[in-house]
Design a protein around this ligand. Structure first.
Ligand code: AVI
Length: 327
């Protein structure tokens, strides 16, 4: 019913724009400037990220793809546990390329399970609801469009079967460690004993390999970062001149923090809506953290947040791990 749903949709997008504006102004008004990397992913950002995933220096996607394509049976056996029926819930499903390996295999085992992808993008959910049953005949799918924890509550209201939650792609690494711990605690609160989580972590490795992934020679990561300034121009009436900002990535092998910054190339004034933001030459905007972990740190995170590590799956180079935790 269009007339009933339309006002809601307009309200939501107004609220989203207001939240985006407030976050941006707050982030750029403090003594140290920062933007939240969750805003990278507008339609243009999604496309640039797709490009990045195809770039040879950006290894995490290929590593996890290798795990899902070569260890499908072992992964499926771990999550199928005793062969009872279950719900397979994916947080931030995207185009579900990696999970498709698992879905195909599990459907072929004639296991009784439903796939519940959760994504903030309605387009993504509509696409998955239509496309996946065509490429995986027999798949039971219920896409859920909204925030992760709201949709997990909805999933729990829909069925009381055992839950297996996929949180892949090292998305956990885009949260500072205390926030990542809090996220896992909240996730645990939404689960019951016996439920499982499969969570992807990018592991510590040669600092040069990591730095190259976040400072690729084609400049895709640079465009990915600058796109957020362009998004502010498009959506919040900003006037950033992106030629006056450079991308700078760092990796600290001690803490495992890989951080991206945009550096102002001159003293400049930028306006966003009614606000004026001053930049000094060489001043930075902190854009993103992509945290890297040791296996011990992933086990520690499980223990700190109410989970028990039960299995782990590596790519051949051991650059990435999909850890399976039990609630
Ligand atoms: C989505 N996320 C796990 C990516 C990462 O590796 O931190 C985002 C990204 N940022 C720059 N390159 C890729």
């Amino acid at each position: 019913n269009q007339t009933a749903t339309q006002p809601d949709t307009i309200e939501t997008s107004k609220n989203n724009a207001a939240t985006f504006y407030n976050d941006v102004i707050k982030g750029l008004s403090g003594p140290t400037k920062r933007l939240n990397s969750m805003y990278f992913y507008d339609a243009v950002g999604d496309k640039i990220f797709q490009e990045l995933m195809g770039c040879p220096e950006y290894y995490p996607t290929n590593c996890e793809m290798e795990i899902f394509s070569t260890k499908t049976a072992a992964l499926a056996q771990t999550i199928m546990a005793d062969g009872d029926s279950f719900d397979l819930i994916e947080l931030g499903a995207g185009d579900a390329t990696k999970s498709t390996y698992l879905l195909k295999y599990t459907v072929n085992q004639q296991t009784d399970f439903s796939y519940l992808p959760i994504d903030i993008s309605a387009n993504v959910i509509n696409y998955l609801n239509v496309k996946l049953p065509l490429s995986i005949p027999g798949l039971k799918i219920t896409g859920l469009n909204g925030e992760y924890f709201d949709m997990l509550k909805k999933a729990a209201a829909l069925s009381n079967r055992r839950k297996v939650v996929l949180f892949m792609g090292s998305n956990i690494g885009n949260m500072p460690v205390p926030e990542a711990n809090q996220f896992c605690k909240t996730l645990r609160e939404h689960l019951n004993p016996g439920d499982m989580v499969l969570i992807g972590f990018d592991l510590k490795k040669s600092p040069k390999t990591i730095l190259a992934a976040y400072n690729d020679s084609e400049g895709i990561t640079k465009r990915f970062n600058l796109n957020l300034l362009l998004r502010i121009n498009r959506e919040l009436d900003g006037n950033f001149d992106v030629s006056q900002f450079d991308h700078y990535a760092t990796y600290d092998p001690e803490t495992g923090a890989c951080k991206s910054y945009l550096i102002s190339l001159k003293d400049q004034i930028v306006t966003i809506g009614k606000e004026t933001i001053r930049f000094l030459k060489d001043e930075y905007i902190y854009m993103e953290i992509s945290q890297k972990f040791t296996i011990m740190q992933t086990d520690q995170m499980a223990a700190n947040t109410g989970f028990r590590p039960v299995d782990r799956f590596f790519d051949i180079k051991k650059w990435f791990v999909d850890a399976v935790w039990m609630a």
